[in-house]
Ligand binder design. Structure first.
Ligand code: SAH
Length: 242
């Protein structure tokens, strides 16, 4: 009885690791959000899809668990890495009472790494990943983390920069950071990483405040040493003499 939790990477099949592709090949059933399953549809021929909308994650994980308990080899897939704002923790939790089920979590390339590569090298040194989604985390906690990251001069990868229900999350986040960091701080945004229409922009923290982002965008905030080099966003490692 085997249940895989697979991080697919940011885009289509060429963004996956070989380990993820091989595990997927071994599966009878694949559970995931429809958009992600569509991105890898070439790999799903002959496999049963367990598909529910974005907000039915618990149902989807239970359905996957039950399919695995019935003897099928099953994968729950997330985009990027399944352990970064993904399904890995939930799968482990809903399977807690079923020790006979073997769970294997397979890492994937998370948006911070894939988007960082598209921009250049913004996360070279210490960085923080912060999601601006307040669906599962209270907004006050998100604000506290933003303040702490700015105080620590961390580069920041912002996931979920907008929310369907509440407007202005990115703007509020920028205001918190601007209390500590100068408006010239180098920032970048990457949209549709590894997918058709991938694009990136370099900007500043001051301008980012008035930028429109969407849920397909990851936002990068530089630290005090981050700079633009040849159109790329770079946080220097610190080597002398360059
Ligand atoms: N598990 C995923 C993150 C899911 S949270 C991972 O490890 O990458 C969803 C957020 O991730 C999006 O709002 C966006 O900020 C970011 N993201 C995920 N895939 C992306 C992509 N292909 N391009 C740009 N941003 C992406």
């Amino acid at each position: 009885m085997k249940l895989y939790v697979i991080g697919l990477g940011p885009g289509g099949e060429e963004q996956m690791t070989l380990r993820a592709a091989r595990a997927l090949e071994a599966c009878d059933c694949v559970a995931g959000y429809g958009l992600y399953l569509d991105l890898i549809k070439n790999l799903l021929d002959g496999k049963t899809r367990i598909e529910t909308g974005m907000t039915r994650e618990i149902d989807r994980c239970i359905a996957a668990r039950d399919a695995a308990l019935s003897g099928k080899t099953v994968a729950v897939v997330s985009s990027g890495d399944a352990g970064v704002y993904g399904m890995a923790s939930l799968v482990i939790e809903v399977c807690a009472d079923f020790p006979e089920l073997e769970i294997e979590v397979i890492p994937g390339v998370t948006a911070a790494c894939a988007g960082g590569a598209a921009l250049g090298s913004p996360l070279t040194c210490d960085f923080a990943a912060i999601s601006l989604s307040d669906l599962l985390t209270p907004w006050e906690v998100i604000e506290k983390r933003l303040r702490a990251a700015a105080a620590g001069d961390f580069c920041i990868a912002l996931y979920n920069p907008v929310s369907k229900k509440r407007a202005g999350h990115l703007q509020k986040a920028c205001d918190i950071l601007l209390a500590v960091q100068p408006p010239e701080t180098v920032c970048g945004t990457v949209r549709n990483i590894g997918r058709e229409g991938e694009s990136f922009t370099l900007t500043t923290l001051g301008a980012l405040r008035d930028t429109k982002a969407d849920m397909l965008t990851t936002v990068f905030i530089g630290n005090s040493r981050t700079k633009a080099v040849g159109g790329r966003m770079v946080t220097p490692r610190g080597y002398k003499g360059v």
